[in-house]
Design a protein around this ligand. Sequence first.
Ligand SMILES: Cc1ncc(COP(=O)(O)O)c(C=O)c1O
Length: 369
Amino acid sequence: MIPLFDLNWDEDERRAVIEVLESGWVSMGPKTGEYERKLAEFYGVRYALATSSGTTALTLVYEALDLKGWDVILPSLTFVATANALLKVGANPVFADVHSPEIPLISAETVERVLTKKTKAVVFVNYAGHGDTLKDLKEFCDKRGLILIEDASHAHGAEYPGGMAGTFGVAGAFSTFANKNLSTGEGGYVITDDENLYKRMKLLRSHGMTSSSWERLKGREEFYDVVEVGFNFRISEIHAAIGLANLRKLKRENEKRRGIVRYYRGLLRETLPEVGIPFSENSPSSHYIFPVLLPEGVDRSAVRRRMYEMGVYTSIHYPPVHLFKIYAGRGARLPNTEEYARRTLTLPLWGNMGEEKVERVVEVLKRAL
Ligand SMILES: Cc1ncc(COP(=O)(O)O)c(C=O)c1O
């Protein structure tokens, strides 16, 4: 079988885990501190905060920005956590359409269409790793006094004109779930330059407590106070150590993925010109996933089934959030999102995939079609 993705973990991650196990300190501590310093350095930002997941990273940002009671605009073409975390903090998710099926990202124009008097923030999702509309959206948000947040879970290390993914808004939240370009199995992080936001998120990450167990053990603090009702969104040292090891591979991983995607695009253009490929060839990306657009009228489920029978896994990114039961009553009208979601098919992609597997996937897709 050709899987949808494969981990790039090796001896580095194994050693990192064993080192933590042998150190005797496995909850949040020195490795987490080092991981956060390296993340901040990597993105060229002042602060990074590691969390237990991408969902908890988003929840920290939303909660620390006091979005409760406000409208927050986001795409429906995302993993449901981007929206669910808004509901959990008492904000009102408002879905914007994607620019087009070819550029499946929200944009200044699509956001403007759904603005209300109660809009406080916009969450941009760097779908598949791309950020084509992000710079314009940032200018739009700045002009309107709207807070821009990035859910950059797809875009670890992506470099766009104007900056790295996650650095355009007040904060960038990332998931390091198993299949992400930077993976810790479960985990996440937030990056920001905003000192007050960072301090608030740090408090909220661990019960609103003013010091951590590690700090008290090291004698830096004797007591703690509790100044907010916080969460336990901490990362473990084991996950932080894996993150440190995996972060060293991220640039190379993204380069390899770029090569695989270039090869895919060339082959598809040659052998299956009827299959659409979103984004332009030179749109900067971390290439987290490789979605294509099947021709109108094709039975996608049948194609997927046949591909599976021929040994190729595929996926759908994503069933649009506004069509899920809990969001259906909101009356969002998103024709581009619905067309994209109806036709899209995600093909296997990972850094060490190799050209032979790409050729096999394209051949299997052709036969299935
Ligand atoms: C865009 C997006 N947002 C949020 C999440 C949630 O992250 P996690 O699964 O780490 O909670 C994911 C992960 O799958 C994601 O792809």
